[in-house]
Design a protein around this ligand. Structure first.
Ligand code: BDP
Length: 584
């Protein structure tokens, strides 16, 4: 699905602003900001803890000058599912909270008329949603105390109240999290564009259209000079002496293909870069690439998971400050604006589906696979042209060792589907949980192995000498598997400002000592092609006895102030890139 564009023949009317909102049909409407999660916009605990339906409404007028155009609404993400009503009539429904959908308005509302737009949002998560939740079930962290009569009675009461807990470790922010736009195109229009870069500069393309017209393509370099052209729905064009798209600290060079189809025009940017795996190396443009950058969340005060372009820019500049070159979109697809920004800034992305929380083996028994496949295809279709995206992640930390065959049968078809769907055929991974790795069939079968490990934190807690011993033992096991391996999560909760000379868990000194210990093991192994600390910044989670005001494993606080470990990685990653150590 194309990202909306405004140009000589296409228009966008951004509907961001203050809408009306209510958490139940019998309550009065109140004001709410869109886009943003609704949860933190009011001190009312119901906003934070709500599970179920919520309603948004706004009015807008379709400009009369759009007569004779194709007119539609584009929702970038409504979390987790939505029903859309136009002038009281149901016009569309969409399942899934992190990918875009469109609602055709032609025949439903006339240009020049006022439209009442209502959105019914459902934030509930269960075993048929991605991510997974437990309706009336168990918290991600915390003890069940099974068998204790009063606790069991309490849990039944929670079920009656409709408690809905995540099976994952981030707050279940919900609502209209990303922009809603009224868009227009000519009636015959460009529906999709695929660009297949090649280092030789011989670029293949495919344009999908609706209606009739001739297709021509002009390609411009970053200075706006025309460097190639082509015609027809499919074919190729040649860019001589192409500038390559390189990750930081190289130049992320971008070209633009301007596509004309009848009366429609669309600009698709692209980068020329190649991703390949050879033995235990991950190559970008034929050069070994080492992933180093913390995993992220879309999470910030007030906005929750809502799009905040200023925050995204700040985060990417802090990635540059750190000397980081990548992140994983843990644990769901991010807003499209972030991928475009990373295309421009040279930050590499491991792009993850929202399949998180599948840590119980019974999840494989539910009928999730067809929906999971749909989400994976929609993600690839949305992000296929971004040069910043170099790996697809099928999901995070499912159970893979207790029933290894069942897990293999679930994930392997998705692995194949990702390869079949992606025109660029990027490498595919599934992020593995700390487990009995000898029993696991699916994680070692991936193109590049991503493993999350918490030696010294969740296990062997605080004993870094033994953590080193145990982690080395595991790395010995991986050494002869012939795969590139990324340590895709590792970290220690750290309270900014808590110091301890010893160093003890939760102190800033411990976080640095922990990373020094684990990194020393990574540095000994050439098949390790990446280190991705957990997490870039502290983030909000649901309540639990292991979370003090959220997850505190950030290298930065939630308001983006560096902890000691951020300074430690800044030096390490600058040195890795052969850059001098920054003084401040
Ligand atoms: C990993 C999960 C991540 C958690 C992290 C943690 O992938 O979502 O936030 O552990 O516990 O298991 O901090």
């Amino acid at each position: 699905m194309l990202y909306p564009q405004s140009n000589s023949v296409r228009t966008i009317l951004d509907l961001s602003g203050i809408w009306s909102f209510r958490l139940s049909q019998d309550k009065a409407w109140q004001n709410i900001a869109v886009p943003a999660s609704y949860n933190d916009q009011s001190p009312d605990p119901e906003f934070r803890n709500h599970a179920g339906l919520a309603w948004y409404r706004t009015r807008f007028t379709i400009p009369a000058l759009l007569k004779g155009q194709r007119i539609f609404l584009r929702f970038d993400a409504v979390t987790h599912s939505a029903r859309i009503f136009i002038n009281g009539q149901e016009a569309a429904a969409h399942r899934g909270g992190f990918l875009p959908f469109e609602v055709d308005l032609n025949g439903l509302a006339e240009p020049g008329s006022e439209v009442l737009l209502e959105v019914e949002v459902d934030n509930r998560i269960n075993h048929s949603t991605l991510p997974i939740g437990t309706e009336g079930g168990t918290a991600f962290f915390g003890s069940d105390n099974p068998g204790i009569t009063a606790v069991e009675a309490g849990k039944r009461r929670q079920q009656e109240k409709g408690i809905n807990l995540p099976a994952f470790d981030f707050f279940n922010y919900a609502g209209i999290n990303r922009p809603v736009r009224l868009c227009s195109t000519p009636l015959s229009y460009i529906e999709d564009v695929t660009i297949l870069p090649a280092l030789s500069g011989d670029i293949r393309y495919c344009v999908e259209t609706v209606g009739s017209g001739d297709i021509t393509i002009d390609v411009f370099d970053a200075d706006g000079q025309k460097v190639a052209s082509a015609s027809g729905a499919e074919g190729h064009f040649q860019i001589s002496q192409p500038h390559l798209w390189e990750p930081w600290p190289g130049t992320p060079y971008l070209y633009t293909a301007r596509i004309h189809f009848g009366g429609d025009v669309y600009d698709q940017s692209f980068g020329i870069r190649e991703v390949r795996i050879e033995g235990t190396q991950f190559l970008i443009n034929g050069k070994p690439f080492h992933f180093h950058g913390p995993c992220k969340h879309e999470d910030s005060p007030f906005h929750g998971r809502g799009l905040d372009q200023c925050l995204n820019m700040t985060d990417i500049n802090l990635y540059h400050w750190l000397g980081a070159n990548c992140f994983r979109t843990s644990h769901y697809p991010y807003a499209e604006e972030m991928y475009s920004l990373c295309d421009r800034e040279g930050i590499v992305i491991v792009n993850e589906t929202p399949a998180v929380g599948m840590w119980a083996d019974e999840h494989y028994g539910w009928d999730l696979a067809p929906y999971h496949a749909e989400v994976l295809k929609a993600l690839i279709r949305r992000d296929k042209n971004h040069p910043s995206v170099v790996v697809w992640s099928l999901g995070n930390e499912p159970s893979t060792d207790a029933m290894p065959d069942k897990a293999y049968d679930y994930w392997w078809p998705l692995y194949q589907l990702a390869h079949e769907t992606d025109p660029q055929n990027r490498p595919v991974t599934l992020v593995g949980c700390q487990n009995i790795y000898e029993k696991d069939r699916i994680i070692p079968a991936m193109d590049i192995v991503f493993i999350n490990r918490y030696y010294g934190w969740y296990n062997l807690s605080g004993d870094l000498e033994t953590a080193r011993y145990a982690f080395r033992m595991e790395l010995d096991w991986w050494a002869d598997k012939g795969k590139p391996i990324v340590l895709s999560e590792y970290g220690a909760d750290t309270i900014a400002g808590l110091h301890s000379a010893a160093p003890d868990m939760f102190s800033e000194e411990f976080q640095v000592a922990y990373y020094e210990t684990i990194n020393a093991c990574l540095d000994e192994r050439p098949f390790i092609v990446g280190e991705m600390p957990w997490n870039y910044a502290d983030f909000s989670t649901c309540q639990g006895p292991m979370r003090v005001g959220g997850n505190r494993k950030g290298l930065f606080t939630r308001d983006r102030r560096p902890k000691m470990a951020a300074h430690y990685f800044r030096k390490r990653w600058h040195l890795m890139e052969g850059k001098s150590i920054p003084e401040h």
